[in-house]
Write a new protein. Sequence first.
Length: 81
Amino acid sequence: MPSLTGVQAMDELRQKVFEIPFVLVSTANSGTEDYTKRGAMAFVNKVDIGHDLVIAVFSAALGLVCVRAVLRKGFQSAEVA
C-alpha cells in the first residue's frame, strides 16, 4: 500500500471495528513477532509467497497464527502453524 504500511492499515481497520484475520506480506523478516502481537494472524515473506500464501490464509481463517519455516527461528510467543 503506497500510503500505509500493512500494520497501519490493520490498526486503522480495527479502529473502525472491522475484525479481519490479517495476513501480512513483506520482503523483510524483521518484526514478525510484533505483527502477531498487534493482531496479524499470519506473515508471509514475498520470496515464499507462491508456496506459503495459501497455507497462511487458511490458517488465519481458522484462527491459527501462521509464521512459515524461514521465520520460525527465534519466534517464541505464538502458536505456529
